[in-house]
Design a binder for this molecule. Structure first.
Ligand code: GLN
Length: 542
């Protein structure tokens, strides 16, 4: 049976619990242990797919087509864990399942209650997601902050779990804040004491405290936290702010966290080996040879987390090309109001990400016109590809006011439209084209070259698998006219003849995909399209 690490958070949200959990996973993997990670989200939505990015940040899509929390993106970027549908558990899913069991009569005679029915369901979902017999450790991150009403059933479930399995098989790592108060020139332990107090009130004694702090913790502070929170001194681990999140596993290693976990869970492992991570990722981030500025033009720019995987994938593309990628975030609505020149004249590459709805779309189309006409390397993703088709149809093929039926149902030229089967779909949750589908690349195209370079050698008919999250598709009735004008359809989903990648011939690097390449990019293995995009931007400009 695997051992369990439950990661909780206290004091405030946004402490980086997801990165902490992913970094713990990295530490354990680098000792030869097989791990997986699970995220529990206390909201009542079944998944975040129906939420606005301003509510939730990016919706991360797994290979098996689940719309999940963005922390699963951190898990996949930091580790090799197999992550899918089962790795994100929400209150909505738990209640859904308990209520349908109740209707079936599974609990006949009983009053269905939070304890034990909801907590049992939570525990059984955790076990189900960790049933792979080869697993050594399962890391379970509980969303929210200790003290929230919503997360109580999850905390109660882990309390029971720790008792059932025993403390040598299941531990709690609590991520907390140790703030620095400028006027007193002191770091304060009280918020941590209170949040551990809340945990202990509900029966959970943390084994390790990960203390987020902008100043190093002195020996005295560590002693005080240990005494008041009832943990060993070496279990008070400092987690200082860092420039790049990819440094965190190394930072934790320096604090002895890996060994501490090995001891607490009585695990047998190899020596820690983070040398490759250090040299292939962290060192490259710290000492880049080049610097490049890439514009990301979207409508959720104000929120850091809305395009999380895209920002990370751009950094990975930088690592692969020995370059620091500076990201200029531009609100597409501003492009509409103030013109593209003002925002885009000093960038070396332009990326238009995915999105939904009318707001900001014309700014994206104008941005793409600018990239195409000024021969600036361009990468379009999902809605970014659809907008690139619309722009080309309008401005090159003279299909006046061409559009997607998502934005204008009456358009004379619906170059992007719904497939018949999507027209029949009424329910909004989990009904888009989701997850990995195959795509065949056209030999010699820019996409083909990018994938070929990344894979080493590949045969002439190369098939890739990429993740999707969209309803609308390129309308094949316009393929001939658009192709004739110079757009290349370089990636096709063969089973339904759907356009997956488009390119422009007469341009240094203009590639857009219907799928989301950002979900498969890793710091030590940049996604081929991101790597080739950054390379093209460097080539044109340096
Ligand atoms: N709104 C578009 C569609 O549903 C694009 C979706 C996206 O960019 N993820 O097809």
């Amino acid at each position: 049976m695997p051992k369990y690490i439950f990661v909780t958070g206290g004091v405030v949200s946004s402490l980086g619990k997801g990165i902490a959990a992913a970094s713990i996973g990295k530490l354990l993997e680098s000792r030869g242990l097989k791990i997986t990670l699970i995220k529990c989200d206390p909201y009542i939505n079944v998944d975040p797919g129906t939420m606005n990015p301003y509510q939730h940040g990016e919706v991360y899509v797994t290979e098996d087509g689940a719309e999940t929390d963005l922390d699963l993106g951190h898990y996949e970027r930091f580790t090799n864990a197999k992550i899918g549908k089962e790795n994100n558990i929400t209150t909505g899913q738990i209640y859904n399942s308990v209520i349908s069991k109740e209707r079936k009569g599974d609990f006949l005679g009983a009053t269905v209650q939070v304890i034990p029915h909801i907590t049992n369901e939570i525990k059984s979902r955790m076990k189900q997601a960790s049933r792979d017999k080869k697993l050594d450790v399962v890391i379970v991150e509980i969303g929210g902050t200790v003290g929230d009403i919503e997360s109580l059933p999850f905390l109660e479930a882990i309390r029971q779990f720790i008792i059932e399995r025993g403390r040598q098989n299941a531990i709690n790592v609590h991520v907390t804040l140790v703030p620095y108060i400028k006027t007193a020139d002191e770091i304060k332990t009280k918020p941590t004491q209170y949040s551990v107090g809340r945990l202990r009130q509900i029966g959970i004694q943390p084994d390790i405290l990960l203390c987020r702090s902008e100043k190093p913790l002195t020996k005295k502070v560590r002693e005080k936290i240990a005494l008041f929170c009832n943990v060993h001194q070496e279990a008070v681990v400092q987690a200082l702010d860092v420039e790049s999140v990819y440094e965190i596993p190394l930072l934790f290693q320096g604090e002895g966290l890996g060994q501490l976990i090995i001891n607490l869970l009585d695990l047998k492992s190899k020596e820690q080996d983070l040398d490759e991570w250090q040299s292939n990722v962290v060192q490259k981030i710290k000492t880049p040879r080049y610097e490049i500025k890439i514009a990301v033009v979207g409508k959720y720019i104000a929120l850091q987390d809305a395009y999380k995987s895209i920002y990370e994938a751009l950094k990975h593309g930088g690592i692969a090309n020995d370059a620091k990628v500076k990201i200029k975030k531009i609100d597409s609505e501003k492009i509409c109001q103030e013109g593209s020149e003002k925002f885009l004249d000093n960038v070396q590459g332009i990326l238009v990400p995915g999105g939904f709805g009318q707001r900001g779309i014309e700014g994206k189309i104008e941005t793409i016109r600018y990239a195409r006409e000024n021969k600036i390397p361009f990468l379009g993703i999902c809605l970014g590809m659809q907008a690139a088709v619309i722009e080309f149809a309008r401005n090159v093929c003279n299909l006046e006011k061409a559009n997607s039926t998502e934005f204008c149902e009456e358009t004379n030229y619906p170059v992007i439209a719904l497939l018949e089967k999507q027209k029949k779909v009424e329910s909004k949750g989990g009904t888009m084209r989701l997850g990995a589908y195959p795509c065949k690349l056209e030999e010699g195209s820019k996409a083909y070259i990018a994938y070929k370079k990344s894979a080493g050698t590949i045969s002439s008919s190369i098939e890739i698998f990429e993740r999707h999250r969209h309803r609308y598709e390129f309308n094949n009735s316009y393929q001939k006219i658009i192709q004739k004008a110079g757009m290349v359809f370089s990636g096709i989903y063969p089973a339904e003849n759907l356009a997956e990648i488009i390119e422009i011939k007469d341009h240094p690097w203009f590639v857009a995909s219907q799928f989301h390449p950002e979900f498969k990019s890793k710091p030590d293995k940049a996604h081929p399209l991101f790597s080739a995009f950054i390379q093209a931007a460097l080539k044109v400009n340096c």
